[in-house]
Ligand binder design. Structure first.
Ligand SMILES: Nc1ncnc2c1ncn2[C@@H]1O[C@H](COP(=O)(O)OP(=O)(O)OP(=O)(O)O)[C@@H](O)[C@H]1O
Length: 250
């Protein structure tokens, strides 16, 4: 695996001629977690898909570059908002899907170990229809963590989990993705405060970089600085909504 590069996305996007996001520059630091907060529909998922080189439905004008000057293709893992599990495949087969798609031999032991790490031991033979939403999300997380890419894009990866499991999966992801370049889209100010070496709030007017906590990350769930930052971030999001109430449309 090549060392994790930083990423710079600079540009603007339009959908059917209408602005989606104004010209902005997003710096994603090399080897650390960067968190992106913002109201629904502002273009956060679009940014992840642009960096992943996937179709978005938007017209993007600008550049996406890696700090080492190398192409990003083949170095990015994306965990999408919907779990995208194959309904006919077992949890184990879904976790190993990346290897199968690349025509590689899957490492069954590693896949089983990853399922165990996300708390799904004993459920490896189950198909998605027989898993809860939170269990399915953990299968998708295990698949992403197994991909072993230097750049990892996570779109609301913990949103379906109960509070305890969510904090445990945050710890696990932070442990397994240490040293990777991670861009996390989240609606949860506590999650951004806990994990983000850098935190950005996206609005229709562009991107605002907000205060983040110094290392270590992830912070303990009851860390006093974390709880204060969570409050400040929520207040910031409420203020953003008060300033531009039309932004948060479904
Ligand atoms: N394939 C597409 N074709 C046309 N419009 C799209 C497409 N995908 C997304 N959009 C629109 O682009 C806008 C931004 O979508 P995007 O998913 O990037 O927002 P988001 O900030 O991630 O929202 P959320 O927080 O709700 O996930 C939305 O208004 C959405 O309706």
């Amino acid at each position: 695996m090549t060392p994790a590069p930083g990423i710079t996305l600079a540009g603007e996007a339009r959908i059917a001629g209408q602005p989606l996001f104004a010209p902005l520059t997003l710096e994603v630091g090399a080897g650390v977690w960067t968190c992106l907060l913002g109201p629904s529909g502002v273009g956060k998922t679009t940014i992840l898909r642009l960096i992943a080189g996937l179709e978005t439905g938007a017209d993007f004008t600008g550049t996406i570059t890696a700090s080492d000057g190398q192409p990003l293709a083949g170095r990015v893992a994306l965990m999408a908002q919907s779990d995208l599990l194959l309904p006919w495949a077992s949890a184990l087969d879904n976790v190993s899907l990346g290897a199968r798609l690349r025509g590689e031999r899957r490492d069954r032991d590693r896949a089983m170990e990853m399922l165990e790490r996300v708390g799904l031991e004993g459920l490896h033979a189950r198909k998605p229809a027989r898993l809860s939403g939170g269990q399915r999300q953990r299968v998708a997380l295990a698949r992403t963590l197994l991909e072993d890419r230097p750049v990892v894009l996570l779109d609301e990866p913990f949103s379906a989990l109960d509070a305890r499991t969510r904090s445990e999966m945050q710890d696990l992801a932070a442990e397994l993705l240490a040293g990777r370049t991670v861009l996390l889209v989240t609606h949860d100010p506590a999650e951004a405060a806990r994990l983000g070496r850098a935190i950005h709030v996206m609005g229709t007017g562009g991107l605002e970089t907000v205060e983040s906590l110094p290392p270590p990350h992830p912070r303990a769930v009851d860390d006093a600085e974390l709880l204060m930052l969570q409050g400040r971030l929520l207040a910031r999001l409420r203020q953003q909504h008060a300033d531009a109430p039309g932004q948060d449309l479904p």
